[in-house]
Ligand binder design. Structure first.
Ligand code: UDP
Length: 235
């Protein structure tokens, strides 16, 4: 395996699948659990950050007359809901997991303690980081970068609906060009939308590679863990 310890970032929206009538599609949970299991079975240590966009985003607060900071906390709680759902799906597949939260809620999950998170990973437990970093004005992408650095992950794998980074939005422009590899500098200069700036800068400054890939294509996660060229590698 190319990577021994991976931080996988999944968006909240991806849990919806094609089904806009529900926040969490059981088929997506099942699919993700199966993909994650294939990597886990190879002895790879896995931490996961999942977003909350399928339930609530801080950016939606304004139109509802809700204060931004309040909205951000609502978004963070949404990530815990998704984390709990994913945790159950992984456990159904027989994997050992821990959900650690950036906001204390001890009846539901452990508080995030860096040393303890590393210990869980060493023991082969999948650690899901919920509630972002616990602060408003951040995103789960920033959470993914920060937690990856904290637990010394080898890479951040950003699961998306597209198979890598393109010169422009491939869902809108047919002449968009896909990149196999990029340096942080190139990605920055070309202003490519890989992660928000905070998240991107954290990775760049700490030399933490990012792979953007299509999480919905069967076998992709394992392919990347093995070091096969899938998606776009930013390093
Ligand atoms: N959020 C936050 N601080 C964090 C992480 C998340 O305030 O450290 C809030 C933010 O409002 C964000 C929401 O949680 O809009 C949901 O996360 P995100 O939008 O990143 O989820 P995704 O789009 O990946 O599903």
């Amino acid at each position: 395996m190319k990577y021994k310890r991976i931080l996988l970032k999944l968006s909240g929206e991806s849990l919806q699948g094609g089904n806009k009538n529900t926040n969490i599609d059981p088929a997506m949970l099942e699919q993700y659990a199966a993909e994650i299991q294939t990597v886990k079975e190879q002895g790879v240590e896995l931490a996961i950050v999942i977003g909350g966009g399928n339930i609530f985003r801080g950016g939606q607060a304004d139109v509802l007359g809700i204060d931004r900071v309040q909205g951000d906390y609502m978004g963070m709680l949404a990530t815990v809901v998704n984390g709990m759902a994913l945790q159950s799906a992984l456990e159904r597949h027989g994997m050992y997991t821990r959900l650690m939260s950036g906001i204390k809620m001890e009846q539901v999950c452990e508080p995030f303690i860096r040393r303890r998170a590393i210990r869980h990973l060493e023991k082969g437990r999948i650690v899901i980081f919920g509630a972002g970093i616990g602060n408003p004005y951040f995103t789960t992408d920033s959470t993914a970068s920060l937690r990856a650095i904290e637990v010394q992950a080898d890479v951040v794998l950003k699961g998306t609906r597209v198979d890598g980074v393109y010169s422009k939005d491939p869902e809108k422009f047919s002449d968009a060009v896909r990149y196999d590899r990029l340096s942080f500098q190139e990605a920055y200069e070309k202003n490519l939308n890989i992660m928000d700036m905070t998240a991107f800068t954290l990775c760049m400054e700490n030399k933490l590679p990012i792979v953007v890939f299509d999480m919905n294509k069967q076998g992709n996660l394992l392919r990347i863990a093995k070091g096969e060229e899938t998606g776009t590698l930013i390093s």
